[in-house]
Design a protein. Sequence first.
Length: 374
Amino acid sequence: MIAGRRADAIVVGAGIIGAACAWRLAQQGLQVLLVDNQRAGATAAGMGHLVCMDDNPAELALSAYSLQLWRSLVARLPESCAWRGCGTLWLAERDDEMAIAEAKRQRMAEYGVTSEALSAAQVAVLEPMLRPGLAGGLRVPGDGIVYAPNVARWLVADAGPAVRVIAGEAVALEHQALVLTSGERLTAPAVVLACGLQADSLLGQPLLRAKKGHLAITDRYPQRVHHQLVELGYGASAHASDGTSVAFNVQARPTGQLLIGSSRQFDAPDSTIDMSLLAAMLTRATTFLPALAQMNIIRCWTGLRAASADGLPLLGPHPQHRWLWLALGHEGLGVTTALGSAALIAAQIHNHRPEIDDTPYLAARMFPKEALPV
């Protein structure tokens, strides 16, 4: 064992969640070691959306809170972070889905999130590339997009010397310590795991499950899509507890490309493209945007989302190791909820009252009661 560096906190994982945690802790005066295995994970593979999701109250509370924090930050982001306040347009295929849109509008309004119901004619004016015959939609103007890998790098740089990045692979946890493959032992009073699926092996217990997703991106074209476009059935697809699903989700990137999603596939923990699933996803996309069929797809790829058993992230102290904090299980909302998650973790580490109730996200809910300290 090599005697190693010491800090006030160690954060494992330099994706968007880990970078946000390190940045927030540094803002509060801590010296942080940020351990990065330099493998492109979920942050590099995802869509980079900042979207208010409301499929349950806890998800809505965290995403609405985090989006407030994003809006206070975006003016400082450099152009390389590709922030665009494009808003989200939720699309109703059928008349009965407008009731879903109205319920969504009301739920979000309770948390201070502005949205507006749109008729079919209004949707057609805003997004003429959509096929005719849609029933209408719901516009959420406060949503946006970023290029998450560059945001993660910017957060680390913005923290300055308070955050030191250590390239290495974490292989073991010890009391207030992390052991790397090099043999170096890093120590700190607080260790934060923000390393996605890798956390299961470090913890020695299966808290997370992989949800594989496919994405495709087009060549560059004159801009014809102005919002992030999502079908109203996306929530049911995103939160399915099992099986394979696809849903329509398209972003116009600042490059002039269209980024096309999305799919969900359980227990396929590799990067192989499932051609039949990719075809189903693209077919679904063309039912909303027929012109996509005439565009060149220049790249397709997959990524693995880390999902908890109940679909909510694990944010808080490990119930058996009070020096160990979990920032895991964000599934497809890691970018949206990164700043909110980091704020909750930092408040807990400092024993401050968080700005929103953190009870729904605490990790203790995932442990059998007999395993918890009395």
